[in-house]
Design a protein around this ligand. Structure first.
Ligand code: NAI
Length: 278
């Protein structure tokens, strides 16, 4: 999809990091942008920044783990702008630890946002986008952790593998039906965002609400992230993938040998080598 000006982009997790980078990128192309996020204050600030730059913006507080909130987001989008052309299912959180130590709430929270958030986005928007009969593009944010499974990140890995699988299935379905809607799956390595502070958005019912001060692991992650790509650079790569209808968006090709080694082990019938992501 190359004609973007005047069209409508919807971005979840738009108040920070990669989602915010995507929102700015679409606005720069002259798109009308719907920003969705659970963090209301940051969302209002992000919307004000984009409006000040001249963009036409709609900001909607949304928890992507709730199906009805994505339906509400789609209703609000179509009421305001009459269409959705680019949908970025991007909101995500990170929780980790040894599987033997994890609580059920860790799995529920992580999969609720990272996997169900994408499913809810597709369920609410895709039928309306198809019915609209116009060109469109879905961008699902997975991760390198959707292609190779490191230890201490099982809920995150599980959700991201699911997002890659859903995106590949969708790619085939859209291709087989000759649809004008295309799909990309974004698989970044390290990007300089606030994901190491994901706990700030964990609901109390799922174990949140305690001390949000990043622990030693989160501090280490922060250092790695700060040395990563900037969200704007990732957004440029997504823009290119949308323009060229490319499914996989691999922002860190230097990390692909880990993916190759995993595939090789499957083909050779050997056990996987240890891949440490952090
Ligand atoms: P971030 O923490 O800076 O931004 C995530 C945004 O999602 C925040 O604005 C947050 O408020 C929002 N959010 C969290 N829970 C939500 C919910 N239930 N409903 C709606 N919004 C919610 O982190 P970042 O890195 O920008 O994360 C964006 C995506 O990129 C995530 O899916 C993450 O897993 C993925 N990713 C990030 C990488 C990195 O190195 N930063 C690497 C690979 C993937």
């Amino acid at each position: 999809m190359r004609e973007l000006a005047g069209r409508v982009a919807v971005v979840t997790g738009a108040a920070s990091g990669i989602g915010n980078g995507l929102a700015h990128r679409w606005a720069r192309e002259g798109m009308r942008v719907v920003l969705a996020d659970i963090e209301e204050e940051a969302l209002a600030k992000a919307a004000a920044e984009l409006s000040a730059g001249g963009a036409e913006v709609l900001a909607v507080p949304v928890d992507v783990s709730k199906a009805e909130q994505l339906e509400m987001l789609a209703d609000r989008t179509y009421e305001a702008f009459g269409a959705a052309h680019i949908l970025c299912n991007n909101a995500g959180v990170g929780a980790g630890g040894l599987i033997s130590d994890l609580r059920i709430e860790d799995w529920q929270w992580t999969l609720g946002v990272n996997m169900w958030g994408v499913i809810h986005g597709l369920t609410a928007f895709l039928p309306r986008m198809l019915q609209g009969g116009e060109e469109g593009h879905i961008v699902n944010t997975a991760s390198l952790a959707g292609l190779v499974a490191a230890p201490f990140m099982a809920p995150y890995n599980a959700g991201k593998f699911a997002v890659v699988a859903i995106s590949e299935s969708l790619f085939h379905e859209l291709s087989m039906t000759g649809s004008q809607i295309k799909v990309s799956v974004l698989c970044p390595g390290w990007v300089n965002t606030r994901i190491f502070e994901s706990e700030r958005n964990r609901p109390a019912a799922l174990g949140g609400g305690g001390d949000h001060a990043p622990d030693a692991r989160a501090q280490m992650l922060r250092g790695v992230l700060e040395a990563g790509l900037q969200p704007a650079e990732v957004a440029d790569q997504v823009f290119d993938a949308v323009a060229n209808e490319r499914l996989y968006v691999i922002t860190h090709p230097d990390m692909l040998p880990a993916v190759e080694a995993r595939m090789r082990a499957i083909l050779d019938g050997t056990n996987p080598a240890l891949t440490m992501i952090v």
